[in-house]
Design a protein around this ligand. Structure first.
Ligand code: GLU
Length: 388
């Protein structure tokens, strides 16, 4: 694959380094396709799910945070309703998803409980990651679930998602979850052992792409029209790897039915296809925040808070704010300025301007008493704050 250099991107890394970063990743998203979960006649198969649920538990025990993106609601609903094939129309598809999601989460809850692990169901639509306020809510809830040691089982909210607000496929959903949570790796488990230069189902000698940069345009040839891999869903997988790569996650596409596949991936072995990110997650996130459109308002910081944000990269607490200007809602972009009007930082704010007016200057522990509720202890979390 050709190497390229773009302004603002770091030098490409090689396969060994990318795979080592996957092995060292602390927060990862694993996406499993329906084919790995389902028995075509009976629906969700506990026998199929047990081995890789156990593999996920071993990763949790090793100190990794794992978010599981699982397909299968429509397939499970189709089986439960006794239909011979998945519905093509939206109302029936949504009804099948609503029925099937029950079986899906029931199976995950039972299988993870065998290991003493709790699970949580998180259903998302495109708007939940695109709309600012919901974006912060989704990020903060998922982060808390991970801190609690719970395994979030994420799927698209097929029941309410109309065509305009659908992700459409769980590869895209998984990539957006990786970027929402600044994950370092995205693992797409499917029924093919990665990207190939020819269709592996037609040509047993098809060459596997072991490694490429996700942004490499030459990858399109492996999954374009002519490349039969498009039919195997590789187009959405490469697109997902590019989305994940722009926010710093390296992607592995691998055959989920191979025994021990997750362990091998997380040992950094040459499994499937590795598509490397072009930035580090934190750099990507800060760049994204810095590149947001015009801030909606200003938070005026006292000298101590301004110095701490500048030098130590800490979160901004209400106690350090002396005034608020402009009108904004939770999740919007604000500027942090000194009392002399000098810009210090830019970030996504956790409280609306009217709330900030009430809580500025107070200790975080007093937010609840002042507002009647407390969303977060910080006005702007350090992960959402970039010094300018
Ligand atoms: N959200 C759909 C389901 O659970 C699956 C979409 C996909 O397979 O990518 O059935």
């Amino acid at each position: 694959m050709s190497r390229r250099k773009d302004a603002g991107r770091r030098e490409p890394i090689g396969e060994q380094e990318a795979r080592a970063k996957v092995a060292a990743a602390r927060r990862v998203v694993v996406k499993v396709g329906s084919s790995l979960l389902m028995d075509p006649n009976t629906g969700i198969s506990y026998a199929n799910s047990r081995p890789w649920c156990a593999a996920i538990v071993r990763q949790l025990e090793a100190g990794r945070q794992v978010l599981l993106v699982s397909s299968g609601a429509v397939a499970q609903g189709t089986a439960s309703l006794g239909w011979s094939r998945p519905p093509a129309d939206l109302p029936n598809m949504q009804a099948a998803a609503a029925v099937g999601q029950m079986g899906l989460v029931g199976a995950y809850a039972a299988v993870f409980a065998e290991h003493g692990r709790r699970t949580a169901l998180v259903l998302l639509t495109h708007e939940d990651v695109a709309e600012r306020q919901r974006y912060l809510n989704a990020r903060s809830t998922l982060t808390r679930l991970l801190e609690l040691g719970v395994v979030p089982i994420i799927n698209e909210n097929d029941t309410v998602a109309t065509d305009e607000i659908r992700f459409g496929d769980n590869d895209t959903l998984a990539a957006l979850v990786a970027s929402l949570l600044s994950a370092e790796a995205l693992v797409l488990l499917t029924d093919v052992d990665g990207l190939h230069r020819q269709d592996p189902r037609l040509n047993a000698a098809a060459e596997r792409v072991a490694y490429a940069e996700a942004a490499d345009p030459a990858l399109d040839q492996c999954c374009g029209r002519g490349g039969a891999l498009g039919r195997g869903g590789m187009v959405t997988k490469v697109a997902a790897a590019r989305t994940a790569g722009r926010s710093g996650a390296h992607t592995i596409i691998a055959d989920g039915s191979q025994p021990g596949v997750l362990e091998r991936i997380f040992r950094g072995e040459r499994v499937g296809t590795c598509l490397a990110a072009d930035v580090e997650p934190l750099v990507a996130r800060k760049r994204w925040i810095a590149g947001q459109p015009r801030p909606k308002g200003d938070l005026v910081l006292d000298a101590g808070a301004a110095a701490a944000v500048r030098k130590r990269g800490v979160s901004l607490l209400p106690v350090g704010v002396v005034a608020v200007r402009g009108e904004f809602r939770r999740g919007e972009v604000v500027r942090c300025v000194t009392e002399d009007g000098e810009a210090v930082a830019q970030g996504l704010v956790n409280y609306a301007s009217a709330e900030v007016a009430k809580i500025k200057g107070i200790a975080s522990a007093e937010i609840g008493g002042r507002l009647g509720y407390a969303v977060e202890p910080e006005l702007v979390h350090r992960d959402n704050l970039v010094v300018i």
